[in-house]
Ligand binder design. Structure first.
Ligand code: HMG
Ligand code: MG
Length: 298
């Protein structure tokens, strides 16, 4: 049976903006995140504390994190790749930090400049120190359903990374379809294996919508009891170190489907569209979600 309530984790300010060629001003980001805080979201991933040479779009992480207006009922999170990133995130008083790595060697190397086995000793102390500092720590495993460099990715390699990250103490693991290649049957097969080992409450799904399969994939995950989904307002997003990666599943489209199905999200439609319009104005382009296309044709 379907869950009654789902948590939507907004990753637009991070996953969305990291992949936009057009840089948006720090003050506009801050204003946009403040608007997102008024949409009913309970979780916003606002930035990454990564090397600004790799992701120049998020070079203002500290400033953004320190300047946004925070609401006590919202978890504000950021990506951290290593100890240096964790220090930044702690200095900025993030509520939650997220570590990330890939299930495929080549993407891991291209994205964080290390082999999978060399990544574990980097992430283990980051996770443990984050927890010791009183933060909750989330993990991401990327290329779960396919790698832009290697093609197929085995379930065994996904489970191996998952086992390690959970053993280091992460609270939740988000399974990334980094380049949007997953189909519903594959999601069912992979999640069924994952759910044999880890409780469904600690799993999140992170679909990109490159090939239009994201909502279908969500439906399969919902039927398997998953209640945490990552998405980006307007369908913004992608990983710059994954050629062909395009937008995340759009928060506004996900919200439309869930509300229609009677699944509670806490999000407010009018405010979502309002903040998507603001972003379109600042980016100087139309956002790709179906919701925003429909809005424009009104
Ligand atoms: P590296 O070059 O191997 O790092 O990068 P290093 O440890 O050798 O250090 C080299 C330089 O980077 C030094 O500076 C460090 O100080 C600096 P220099 O001496 O050359 O001036 N440095 C840092 N600066 C700021 N913040 C830091 C930091 N760490 C080192 N935290 C590193 C390794 C991981 C840092 C680099 O590869 C990197 O920043 N990668 C980021 C990649 C990224 O953000 N990708 C996108 C996010 S993942 C994603 O989108 C997928 C996801 O959405 C899920 C899905 O869809 O599947 C999450
Ligand atoms: Mg992503």
């Amino acid at each position: 049976s379907l869950p009654k309530k789902v948590t939507i984790k907004e990753v637009g300010p991070r996953d969305g903006l990291q992949n936009e060629k057009q840089m948006i001003k720090t003050e506009d980001k801050i204003e946009w995140i403040n608007m997102l805080s008024e949409t009913g979201l309970s979780y916003i991933e606002i930035t990454s504390f990564v090397n600004p040479k790799w992701i120049p779009q998020l070079a203002d992480a500290i400033q953004v994190a320190k300047s946004i207006k925070r609401k006590s009922d919202i978890t504000y999170a950021a990506l951290v790749p290593n100890e240096r990133g964790l220090e930044g995130a702690l200095a900025a008083n993030m509520d939650e930090v997220a570590v990330f790595m890939s299930a495929s060697e080549t993407h891991n190397l291209k994205n964080i400049n290390k082999s999978i086995s060399d990544t574990y000793p980097v992430l283990k102390p980051v996770i443990q120190e984050g927890i010791a500092a009183g933060k909750s720590v989330r993990g991401y495993v990327s290329t779960v359903f396919g790698c832009p460099y290697e093609g197929n990715v085995s379930i065994d390699s996904v489970l191996a990374v998952s086992d390690k990250l959970f053993s280091y103490g992460i609270e939740e693991l988000s399974f990334g379809d980094t380049i949007g290649v997953a189909n519903p049957k594959q999601v069912e097969v992979v999640l069924t294996e994952v759910l044999k080992r880890f409780p469904k409450e600690r799993i999140a799904m992170h679909f990109h919508n490159t090939r239009g399969t994201a909502l279908a994939n969500v439906l399969v995950a919902l039927n398997l009891g998953i209640t945490n989904f990552d998405s980006a307002l307007g369908g913004l997003g992608g990983c710059p170190y994954a050629p062909g990666a395009s937008g995340n599943l759009a928060t506004d489209d996900l919200h439309y489907m869930l509300e229609g199905m009677g699944i509670e999200t806490g999000l407010k439609r009018k405010e979502l569209i309002h903040s998507a319009r603001f972003l379109e104005e600042k980016l100087g382009k139309a956002l790709p979600s179906h919701t925003m296309q429909t809005e424009r044709s009104k």
